[in-house]
Design a protein around this ligand. Structure first.
Ligand code: F6R
Length: 607
């Protein structure tokens, strides 16, 4: 979480830093700050709130061509001005911004106190600034001071450090991403690649343990122990898709409506319609590996975990081999048995989710091969796996994930088809599936022409104390995704259950008028789902029914929303869309900040 931007060059730093922060804001938005150096003086401005709040308090000009900036998602210490980054040492010689968590900071803080240095903030980050300042007094170079400080830290960091009277930045990475962008006579630092694309396409991703000394037109990298590291320059590809808001009212709205195009981008060139199979070249899986894999395990968090769950079901349906989806944070801590012959898929939009990264490392350590199903090109998971499939959603800026979900599902569908065709999936069935998958973007567009009575659904949801989401099979997972969206955006407690499980407990919640969202596409489970619908109606609940267009069950919902018909295995691609719209519109109606829901951030780079 949290965003870092740094600049050292020939232009005024402040506007570049503020623009960098604006593009990083989705990583955290509790508080934000900048520090700019000029003639040996470091000027800092910070505020609780968003980048717009920072802009409002900034003086018209702040001289200086060297600076650091940060947008925070609080971990240690409340959301206060004093806890906002950049943090400075007591003697003002060291200013820094930090992402990550320093686990031994209490102990280090006590050590500083014993030496008469009192930290003014509650953060773990300030401790680092104070320690570097102490080390500077004895170290031969600023780099050595930073290296010896880092060796005493336990935890994770992405650090960008500004030192008084030194025309340089020092950056370090351990578990929290940091990227250096090399321009012409200027160098940029960012925690995400995409703000760099406005300035340069030549970037270097720091690896864990790297420390970089950055000058205007060059930089060098060493390890924490001082060994020199050869930088590997990556040329960022032009990001597909428009990262700016344009005319759309919110990023979430824009991204919901981008789904047809995003889906086309994900599918195109990756399916063989004649052979009825997928063609995921980046997976580098040969035929025999697919045939011999004993099982598949999928990992993810939040929305990505739900996409993984859908992937699990599709792999079992098509491949007829066992598949299990795991929540990464559980997987990484449960000492799970790893079979090196199995296929492991790490699913993540950002590619920076700390729990998924740890799970990937654990699998690799035990000899397993992990394939990334990732959106952000060059992200940590993508690089760690070294193989896999980019889902090609384009930049996703809204904290609530939408187009990444549908593209994850599409990518996993293609993988399942490829796996299925090496085993039991017939050519005809494969062809039918691929043909319908190719139709899905168009069917989404058809749905957007008439999204149905979303406003009526919102009427029911707005005043609810809680909302129950029900579905079976693939739709049970769509129900979970719908519940997550409504909960995180509208702050309404939501519960998602497989419809068959409802009578084993959640039915107790229902009272006259309780809204229940039922997802009942026209698949082999529809009749059973309808039994649950009747049971909730018998208790006075109001049903919002998501169903296939033209299906007679439409009359059973208090509010019924129709989506176009599609192959039963592909229904999540369409049934999730009205749920996204319902969450978006409910949040708006309740006056919530749709793109920046409270307490959340886009990339969860801490455990
Ligand atoms: C929900 C949401 C989160 C993310 C989760 C994983 O709308 O966005 O639940 O899905 O934090 O993030 P990634 O996919 O970046 O690993």
């Amino acid at each position: 979480m949290c965003g870092i931007f740094g600049y050292l060059g020939h232009q005024q730093a402040l506007p570049i830093l503020v623009e960098g922060l604006r593009r990083l804001e989705y990583r955290g938005y509790d508080s934000t700050g900048v520090a700019v150096e000029h003639d040996g003086r470091i000027e800092t401005h910070k505020t609780v709130g968003k980048v717009a709040d920072l802009k409002a308090i900034l003086p018209p000009t702040v001289e200086g061509t060297l600076g650091i900036a940060h947008t925070r998602w609080a971990t240690h210490g409340g959301v206060t001005q004093v806890n906002t980054h950049p943090h400075a040492s007591e003697n003002d010689r060291v200013h820094l911004v930090h992402n990550g968590i320093i686990e031994n900071f209490q102990q280090l803080r006590k050590g500083l106190a014993a030496r008469g240095i009192a930290c003014i903030s509650e953060t773990d980050s300030e401790v680092i600034a104070q320690m570097i300042a102490l080390e500077l007094e004895k170290a031969a170079t600023p780099l050595e001071a930073v290296q010896s400080t880092l060796r005493r830290l336990r935890g994770t960091w992405g650090l960008c450090i500004l030192l008084k009277d030194h025309d340089m930045l020092i950056c370090a990475r351990n578990g929290s991403p940091l990227i250096i962008g090399q321009g012409d006579g200027e160098t940029f630092v960012s925690s995400d690649p995409h703000p760099l694309t406005a300035h340069t396409q030549r970037v270097v991703y720091l690896e864990d343990g790297d420390v970089a000394v950055i000058h205007r037109d060059s930089f060098s990298i060493t390890s924490m122990k001082g060994h020199s590291v050869e930088p590997s320059i990556t040329v960022l590809e032009d990001a597909w898709g428009e990262a700016e808001l344009g005319d759309a009212p919110h990023y979430m709205y824009k991204e919901i409506y981008e789904q047809p195009d995003a889906l086309r981008q994900c599918i195109s060139g990756r399916v063989d319609r004649d052979m009825g199979t997928g063609r995921l070249g980046g997976m580098g899986l040969d035929h025999s590996a697919l045939v011999q894999a004993p099982h598949v395990r999928l990992l993810g968090c939040g929305t990505a975990a739900y996409a993984a769950e859908i992937g699990q079901m599709l792999i079992e349906k098509m491949g007829r081999i066992p598949a299990v989806a795991h929540i990464s944070s559980e997987f990484r801590n449960n000492d799970t048995v790893i079979n090196p012959k199995a296929i492991y898929l790490a699913v993540s939009q950002s590619g920076e989710t700390a729990d998924t990264i740890s799970a990937v490392k654990e699998i690799k350590l035990k000899g397993g091969q992990v394939f990334g199903v990732v959106n952000v090109v060059g992200s940590t998971i993508a690089r760690l796996c070294g193989q896999g499939v980019y889902i090609h959603s384009g930049p996703e800026q809204s904290v609530a994930s939408t187009k990444a979900f549908t593209n994850m599902v599409a990518a996993l569908t293609i993988f399942a088809t490829q796996l299925g065709r090496t085993r039991h999936l017939s050519k005809d069935d494969g062809r039918e599936l691929i043909a319908q998958l190719q139709q899905a973007p168009h069917l989404m567009e058809t749905y957007f022409e008439d999204v149905g009575p979303i406003a009526e659904a919102v009427d029911l949801l707005c005043g609810a104390n809680s909302v129950l989401f029900l579905g079976r099979g693939l739709s049970a997972t769509v129900a979970k995704e719908g519940a997550l969206k409504l909960m995180e955006l509208a702050y309404i407690p939501c519960l998602a259950y497989p419809a068959g499980e409802m009578k084993h407990g959640p039915i107790a919640l229902l009272e006259e008028g309780s809204p229940v969202v039922v997802i009942a596409p026209n698949d082999h489970l529809k009749e059973k789902t309808m039994s649950a619908l009747h049971e909730v109606k018998a208790r006075g609940a109001k049903v919002i029914l998501i169903h296939e267009k033209g299906d007679a069950i439409a009359s059973e919902g208090d509010v019924s929303i129709a989506v176009p018909a599609i192959h039963p295995w592909l229904t999540p691609l369409l049934t999730v869309v009205p749920l996204q719209l319902m969450a978006y519109e409910t949040a708006l109606r309740l006056g919530r900040d749709v793109d920046r829901p409270r307490n959340l951030a886009k990339s969860v780079t801490v455990e």
